[in-house]
Write a protein that binds this ligand. Structure first.
Ligand code: NAP
Ligand code: MG
Length: 401
């Protein structure tokens, strides 16, 4: 059978440890036999990041801006232990952080549903996608531990020197203080990423904050979302029959628990941090989750939501068998290939991506899966496969579709 041809390369960001091993297996077994794969390759493995003084990470992000679609393998974010392990020149920053700051993105994470892995919440029938704003608020705060009585004020000094003051509290004893910020620009780009993603995936968009209590801070988020929706997206939403609605965060939480799923839930930075952990674990597993960074410029970077699975890698190095779940990494590839197909008008590339996803899910549903899923599945007859056997089993299913 002739291989599927591509027009524009994907930006391929290779990574570290066990996921780097899976990356190569996926390419060898599931992609290269079927696609004349065109990629612009960037090695984001820690050794090469170190050799290039991390220039390769920035280069890969700029290539993403140029080509529009990237697929990223999980990468090590160095800490003290990694400094010794890899003899690093410097404790390089998190590649995801670097890429995000260049692409100015919002991260969308969606659980992958499969028969035999049941969500803890019975009425969740479709995935709930979390859209997390990844800038500011408590993640870029300033804090003071107050040791005794005194007056705390919020002071803003404008460029012309004029000051605005707001009393925070007259302390009569010890306590704590916190200051945080966000910018209209960042909130607007978060809003556009959410609306754009809702249009792309034809799903309703929910957004919630605590604007009744936070009448300026959270209210600004609400207002900016509403203005951008009315001005730029309302017509498109009506045309597609999808809805944007804003509600209070407590109301949103209550409704999510009663909902069927099938929508996007946009969250402020902290809410998104907490709620995505809740939603993903309630749906089953981190390895059963897609993750895509969407920039307001319409640029997409697909990745797995989990890390490099270090413990499995050390077993692999010792020659021991591993049973690492490659689903999230496979779906990073299919997401990227499908988007490339859409942008380049290559329906056969899109349908290959659909087929590979279907083959992956059918393989699991037929009872062949990795250990992490075998431990939680409700299916009666289960065959636990090692990392390579699982990928080969997917290939065997793919051949039958
Ligand atoms: P991790 O790689 O996500 O793994 C944590 C544990 O979760 C694993 O030991 C394993 O549990 C389980 N697990 C995760 N993914 C799995 C999969 N695909 N299949 C089966 N089990 C899976 O997190 P970590 O060990 O804390 O971090 C390792 C490295 O990844 C760190 O250097 C960190 O910086 C990096 N990281 C990168 C990203 C990214 O690039 N997006 C994200 C997070 C972390 P068992 O050992 O019990 O089987
Ligand atoms: Mg968290």
């Amino acid at each position: 059978m002739a291989k599927i041809q591509m027009k524009t390369p994907l930006v391929e960001m290779d990574g570290d440890e066990m996921t780097r091993i899976l990356w190569q297996m996926i390419k060898d077994e599931l992609l290269l036999p079927y696609i004349d794969l065109k990629t612009e390759y960037y090695d984001l493995g820690l050794e090469h990041r170190n050799e290039t003084d991390d220039q390769v990470t920035a280069d890969s992000a700029h290539a993403t801006l140029k080509y529009g679609v990237a697929v990223k393998c999980a990468t090590i974010t160095p800490n003290a232990a990694r400094m010794d392990e890899y003899h690093l020149k410097k404790m390089w920053k998190s590649p995801n952080g670097t890429i995000r700051s260049i692409l100015d993105g919002t991260v969308f994470r969606t659980p992958i549903l499969v028969k035999g892995i049941q969500p803890c919440v019975r009425n969740w029938e479709k995935p709930i996608t979390l859209a997390r704003h990844a800038y500011g608020d408590v993640y870029k705060n300033a804090e003071i531990r107050v040791e005794g009585p005194g007056r705390a004020e919020l002071v803003f000094t404008a460029a012309d020197g004029t000051q605005t003051r707001e009393l925070i509290h007259e302390f009569t004893g010890p306590g704590v203080l916190q200051g945080m910020h966000n910018t209209d620009k960042s909130i607007a780009s978060f809003a556009r990423a959410c609306f754009g993603y809702a249009v792309d995936t034809r799903q309703d968009l929910w957004f919630a904050t605590k604007d009744t209590i936070s009448k300026k801070y959270d209210h600004t988020f609400k207002d900016i979302f509403q203005e951008i929706f009315d001005r730029e997206y309302r017509e498109k939403f009506e045309e597609l029959g999808i809805e944007y609605f804003y509600t209070l965060i407590d109301d949103a939480v209550a409704r999510v628990m009663k909902a069927k799923g099938g929508f996007i839930w946009a969250c402020k930075n902290y809410d998104g941090d907490v709620m995505s952990d809740m939603v993903s674990s309630a749906f089953g597993s981190l390895a059963m989750m897609t993750s895509v960074l969407v920039s307001p410029a319409g640029v997409y970077e697909y990745e797995a939501a989990h890390g490099t699975v270090q413990r499995h890698y050390y077993k692999h190095l010792k020659g021991e068998e591993t049973s690492t779940n490659s689903v999230a990494t496979i779906f990073a590839w299919t997401g990227a290939l499908r988007k490339r197909g859409e942008l380049d008008g290559l329906p056969e590339l899109c349908s290959f991506a659909d087929k590979l996803e279907k083959a992956t899910l059918s393989t699991i549903e037929s009872g062949q899966m990795t250990k992490d899923l075998a431990l939680i599945t409700t299916l009666p007859k289960v065959k636990t496969l090692n990392s390579r056997e699982f990928i080969r089993a997917i290939r065997a299913t793919l051949e039958t579709l």
